[in-house]
Design a protein around this ligand. Sequence first.
Ligand code: GLU
Length: 422
Amino acid sequence: METRTLEWDTPMYRLAVAQLDQTAQLMGLQENLWHRLRTPQRAHVVSFPFRRDSYDVVQTVFGYRVQHLTTMGPTKGGIRYDLGVDLGEVTALAMWMSWKCAIMGLPFGGAKGGLRIDPRQFSPAELQRITRRYTSEIIDVIGPDRDIPAPDLGTDEQIMAWIMDTYSQTKGYAVPGVVTGKPLEIGGSLGRKEATGRGVVTCMVEACRDLGLPVEGARVVVQGFGNVGSVSARLAHAAGARVVAVSDVASGIHDPAGLDLPAVDRWVAEHRTVQGFPGAEGVSNADLLTLPCDVLIPAAIQGQIDGDNAAKLRCKLIIEGANGPTDLDADRILAERGILVVPDILANAGGVTVSYFEWVQSLQHFFWSEDEVNARLVQLMTRAFTDVLATARQRGVDLRTAAMIRGVSRIAEAKRRRGIFP
Ligand code: GLU
């Protein structure tokens, strides 16, 4: 295909496009639709001056908001604060959001945004100022009917609150529907914070059932102890699994007998790291991936499982909590080795699913109970998992390809129905 895509060209964008190309070829997708989906419909790049707390220091900051697909409804996706953020990364993530929303049957196209900063180097006051300035830079392209941000790597509910406030101040009235993943007090949803982890564990339970692997006592390794990793570990533990290793950015801890997860949570609350947790051995993030276990949950960042380490993994099942943790070489090797991979666009879709519930509640000013949110999430996740598994069996493909076929088909059908203007 001859599309010139130099603007976006980065390893992550190449991965997202290669996945699309593979799927499009396999399903015989019409060439013009295929072309359309390889590049985002809108991509906003901003740069602005940012004054640090020490008044004389002013930095230039780069920010992005990419809207991949506007066919299905408003666009939806998180905002990340990370030094790796660039146009290609944000575009790949926006594409994955499109497939994710389509697989779950949510009325959104994919989007993603971010700032190229290391948020850990910023004071709370700086984070607030930079968030408000970034919001004002993209204010014309977001909105409850237009594009709805949410948390992602390096952002949280407080950042969402500042985005909501900046947007609302500009409009002159409160607009809770402009972001999801916001605090409860300003219209957030019960269950949103745990939603991605709950979706991950729902997929784990379903996949274990399919493999005939009892969840009770299953050995689980979790890479990443941010929101997704820590909740996945906690809920896997609550479901009866034995969480044998977890890690954070720096490194991990391992106990083959199973970690006492509530004690790990208490340790992290006090020390802000899993390191030094009494009674467990230290393990590097790279070695953690190859520990013997039943279920591996990469829930940190992209690019963790590749052609080099895929042959060394000693798990039966991978549930992708992070976006883009596995590359195409690894997919091939894992399929050959009979290791089942539940792909990110299905496994971590619990977050955006409850974001959808939150958006609906914000628009209606009518709130659901936590049980209602959780029950509907589990129902939608289980249905999506069953559908993707059925497609995989029918077409003799892996779960990632099956999930993409389902997502892309739904989008293709919507595009066909809407036709081309003018
Ligand atoms: N950032 C999350 C994701 O990658 C959630 C997006 C959302 O809730 O809109 O799926």
